[in-house]
Design a binder for this molecule. Structure first.
Ligand SMILES: Nc1ncnc2c1ncn2[C@@H]1O[C@H](COP(=O)(O)OP(=O)(O)OP(=O)(O)O)[C@@H](O)[C@H]1O
Length: 341
């Protein structure tokens, strides 16, 4: 049997593998606060899974439990097939963490930071150098391996953190708002590396983000609110669940057009600022039918529900609200203390 860089049997069918993350009836209570109130979810191997929610929804608490930094009050969680309470060391060995705030040592070189991490994880000496070569190449920092991290841009530091999170060949990579504070070019470049990583290594990514475009990239998304999952599905299914496409059409005679559309197409219309609006499950298919009516159309546009609409529908908040509150990740502090409650 051949093994990939991550120690996964290469020919093994995804269906035969245990889920990368499996959470059942997860509850976490802090004194009076019920932070997590019964979460169930299962993330397939290789998925890019988004975990979204407003402030205080219980995301960090859940992720801390998955990363073994907190003990659940009730329920179970398995990561890479290991129980987060009973097999804590195994879980830690199989996960990589990239937080929103840098935890690199600025006074060391890129390579020294990686070697330090390899020591912490007890990587066999013979594997360290080749693996450093692989991860540095993957994030495009090979030629900067000997540079001090303090000379790096924010985007380069984040890429190095991803390299570090990958060094010990984790099965599951937790990305906690990984692009916060990065400029658009650095964000785009970081995602190029994540895409490449997913193509080249058999890795599952568990992502929290407040950026809609990053949520769009996910295979599936869980929307968590007040300690519970309100919705869990693919981005397109979630969008379809909150409403129809809006087809907005401006004609030379909206009264006549409205009568014709209602009569011939049997749909309801609304008027909005000099235009007709039709709500329909599939706007793109609807538009040609409009033209077949022989209307003189001045303009037509189709808008679909966005993930922000989904977020609003399930949580009552806009995704962008999260941005204002983004700050230091509580996980960074917890990891640097190395403990858990
Ligand atoms: N150590 C703690 N002690 C007491 N209450 C806590 C603790 N950690 C989290 N909480 C509470 O649990 C709830 C969920 O917090 P959590 O940090 O998991 O939310 P979140 O979804 O990650 O929010 P944010 O997006 O703001 O980071 C909040 O009410 C929070 O105040």
């Amino acid at each position: 049997m051949t093994l990939t860089a991550l120690g996964t049997p290469s020919g093994e069918a995804a269906a035969d593998r245990p889920p990368a993350v499996e959470v059942t009836g997860l509850v976490k209570t802090f004194d009076e606060v019920e932070a997590v109130r019964g979460i169930d979810l299962s993330v397939r191997g290789g998925e890019l899974f988004g975990f979204l929610g407003p402030n205080g929804a219980g995301k960090s608490t859940t992720i801390k439990i998955l990363c073994t930094l907190l003990r659940p009050t009730a329920g179970t969680a398995r990561v890479a097939g290991f129980d987060v309470v009973r097999d804590r060391t195994e879980v830690r060995r199989h996960i990589g963490l990239v937080f929103q705030e840098t935890t690199l040592d600025d006074h060391l070189t890129a390579e020294q930071n990686l070697r330090f991490h390899a020591d912490i994880y007890g990587m066999p000496r013979a594997e360290v150098r080749p693996r450093i070569d692989v991860v540095l190449e993957m994030v495009g920092l090979t030629d900067r391996r000997a540079s001090l991290v303090r000379t790096f841009s924010g985007g380069m530091k984040r890429r190095l953190e991803i390299a570090r999170g990958l060094l010990h060949s984790p099965r599951v990579l937790f990305l906690d708002e990984p692009t916060i504070g990065l400029d658009p070019e650095s964000r785009a470049s970081l995602w190029r590396y994540v895409d490449r990583l997913r193509a080249e290594e058999d890795i599952t990514v568990f992502l929290t983000t407040h950026y809609m475009d990053e949520a769009e990239r996910c295979d599936r998304i869980a929307i968590v609110d007040a300690g519970r999952i309100g919705a869990l599905d693919t981005p397109s299914a979630l969008k379809a669940s909150v409403g129809h496409d809006r087809v907005r059409v401006v004609t030379t005679d909206d009264d006549a057009a409205e009568a014709l559309v209602r009569e011939r197409l049997g749909v309801e219309t609304e008027r909005e600022g000099g235009a007709l609006v039709v709500l329909t499950p599939d706007g793109e298919q609807f538009v040609p039918r409009l033209f077949e009516l022989g209307l003189t159309v001045r303009s037509v546009s189709v808008s679909r529900p966005t993930l922000d609409d989904v977020f609003l529908a399930y949580t009552g908040a806009r995704m962008a609200d999260r941005q204002a509150a983004a700050g230091r990740s509580p996980m960074v502090a917890a990891m640097s203390r190395g403990g858990r409650r």
